[in-house]
Write a protein that binds this ligand. Sequence first.
Ligand code: MN
Length: 310
Amino acid sequence: MDKQKTIVFKVSDNIKEQMIEHYKDMVTGKPPYSIFQVKEYDCVITLYESGKVMFQGIGADIEANMWKDLESHYNSRNIDEEIKQKEEKTNNKEYYYYDAIGSDEVGTGDYFGPIIVTATLVDKSTRKLLEDLKIMDSKKMTDDKIRRCAPIIMKKLPYVTFTLSNQKYNELSTKGFNMNKIKAILHNKVLYELSNKGIPYHKIIVDQFTTPRSYFSYLKQENITEKVTKITFLTKGESAHLSVAAASVISRYLFLEEMDKLSEKYKINILKGASDKVDDVARQIVKKYGKNELNKIAKLNFKNTEKILN
Ligand code: MN
């Protein structure tokens, strides 16, 4: 090699892995502290354990640039992702530092079990606790973690929760109440109660499930006068304010407890959701207790009922 050229730089772990893979069949040696050395006719490439890589020879430029390009490509992609994540956070952080009441519900997609709606209040005195516990949308937390965290936050946060039994749900749905109307009534109920406890707050945030217009028209249809009217409706409310996330966690916890009770009572694992497996569980219950039993433990207007009884 007449034109000796040496290029040294450090690569990321990601590129390091790729280099190992790329050169694995060409390895010609392993100098001290190196992972490998490859001697090509115009370039010697040595990758060190430290992540430093050395290119020597007249082909050093070309070989080195290929990896530099790849590295910068990865870096720019990471930066893009970081920016995106930051933007999402700041967009959603508009409400984050308010003292706010938030509400959220569970059980509306589950054939078995009640609908549970909770409102809770998170202010600057409790925000840190929720951050430390990493409270977020209950859908993003495991049931185990929810079972561990919910009792802690229920001791520290003011909250109001309401459980709509299956019997009552079935009664309402027979009367023509759709799911959104039921949700609107339940959210209003817990929000009204909590907001009248005399604890100061700036905002009331509801995880949006319908348009504000429909929400209030549902309440109007039922002549509900005890209502909360100043509401900030936010989609993905759980990430906008910890009160909504905490409300979803408390609701989910109480729902899990209800499902445990049902499982114990019927000596069968009462499944969540509305899948075919849920139908199988329901069939076994019908077989043992008769179809009227479903009225007590399931949402009869779900399509599952027809499949189960046919
Ligand atoms: Mn929700």
